[in-house]
Design a protein around this ligand. Sequence first.
Ligand code: S3P
Length: 171
Amino acid sequence: MAQKNIILIGFMGTGKSTISAVLHKLTNMQIAEMDEIIVHREGMSIPDIFSSKGDSYFRSIETALLKELQMQDNLIISCGGGVALRKENVDVMKTNGIVFLLNASPEVIFERIGSDFNRPILNGRRSLEGITQLMQERHPYYEAAADYIISTDSKSTEQIAQEILLIYKNI
Ligand code: S3P
């Protein structure tokens, strides 16, 4: 049966990819990991796309990919952290998806991604203060895009995935 896509949004390091993997294990739904698809298609890393083609290029291929994925059903779409910031993308999400926002505290995020150089958005912000500030700036956009907000702090990945599925199966 065709069912809407599960769309995971949220700041970098909130566990979108990890939770996608658990959801896949529990449901056998296929995962579309946006960053991974883009890296594969472009044949270069995210930092290289940002530095050689620019961030507006990256954002435009994100939008095109999201539109393409939303033509399919029964997917787990793991969005890059910037996807939900564009109104156009949020409109596309709503056409065929249930949007789950994963939240985590700045401390947890900093611990997970503070020294990850595969995330160009963090350049110049690689501190707890820098990450906290960016999270605050982005939070209103994430909240506006979300159908459901899932807090992840002090929950197991299994618990988080089950919480999402309970909602998804009852809509
Ligand atoms: C970005 C998040 C990254 C990736 C790119 C930009 C962002 O995805 O798409 O580096 O603007 O928040 P993750 O959220 O998977 O790290």
